[in-house]
Design a protein around this ligand. Structure first.
Ligand code: ADP
Ligand code: AMP
Length: 219
């Protein structure tokens, strides 16, 4: 059983790792960005409210996000949160919700990555809009350019992966999300990961930490 948070700046590789870990642990992958993009494409009321924030690289208001996450977690006891929480208010909400269910978090993996690399990862990212899987033109290319290996459909470049919006998203991250590092450090949940390393090495680092913790019984 794993209840994990993947915390880090946009482009650090959270979604990439969440997919690999999901397959390994059978935990539910909850990516708030993917959920919001589904709302957008289905033209739901939440999608219309969220769109202008997402387009501008700003955070969608906490009240909308926490409601969506609560419904998504439902009765699951094993999950990987990817892109949530992103504010202290969201983290406090999560704490309260998990306390009520008596299912505390096991670990918060913080993906440390420098800004130059983040920009290069985001501007070279190609995404499957149907599944959220992402590729990279140089670091993790699909077999055929612009085509998803899994479903054979078209890959797209996300409208918020343009240099101007990326800049804004990184600013938003610094002001709203970075304080969560200290928040989780104080709760002894934070595990710092060197996200600059290649994809398989990052997966190896995370699984090694989880397996040591299981053996030693450390939460
Ligand atoms: P996030 O979910 O944190 O926004 P993604 O998982 O979508 O980030 O990764 C951003 C981009 O970087 C994608 O194009 C992905 O293929 C690529 N990527 C992810 N992890 C690595 C890595 N360790 N090294 C190089 N490129 C990576
Ligand atoms: P992502 O796919 O994680 O890069 O998220 C894309 C966009 O969705 C972000 O730039 C935000 O506008 C919005 N978003 C995703 N997750 C959250 C969250 N936890 N809180 C607020 N906004 C979010």
């Amino acid at each position: 059983m794993s209840r994990l948070v993947l915390l880090g700046p946009p482009g650090a590789g959270k979604g990439t790792q969440a997919r690999l870990l999901e397959a390994q642990f059978g935990a539910l992958h909850i990516a708030t960005g993917d959920l919001l993009r589904t709302h957008l494409s289905e033209h739901t009321p939440l999608g219309s409210e969220a769109e202008s924030f997402m387009d501008r690289g700003l955070l969608v208001p906490d009240a909308l996000i926490v409601r969506m996450v609560e419904a998504e977690i439902g009765s699951a006891t094993s999950f990987i949160l990817d892109g949530f929480p992103r504010t202290i208010a969201q983290a406090l909400f999560l704490d309260t919700m998990l306390l009520a269910k008596q299912t505390p978090l096991d670990a918060v993996f913080f993906f440390a990555c420098d800004r130059k690399e983040l920009i290069s990862r985001l501007t070279g990212r190609w995404t499957n809009p149907r599944t959220g899987r992402s590729y990279h033109t140089m670091y993790d290319a699909p077999r055929v350019h612009g085509v998803d290996d899994d479903d054979g459909g078209a890959l797209i470049q996300r409208p918020d992966d343009t240099p101007a919006v990326v800049e804004r998203r990184l600013q938003t991250y610094d002001s709203e999300t970075l304080p969560l590092v200290e928040f989780y450090e104080k709760r002894s949940l934070l595990v710092r990961i060197d996200a600059l390393r290649p994809i398989d090495e990052v997966t190896g680092e995370i699984t090694a930490v989880l397996s040591t913790r299981r053996k030693t019984g450390v939460r």
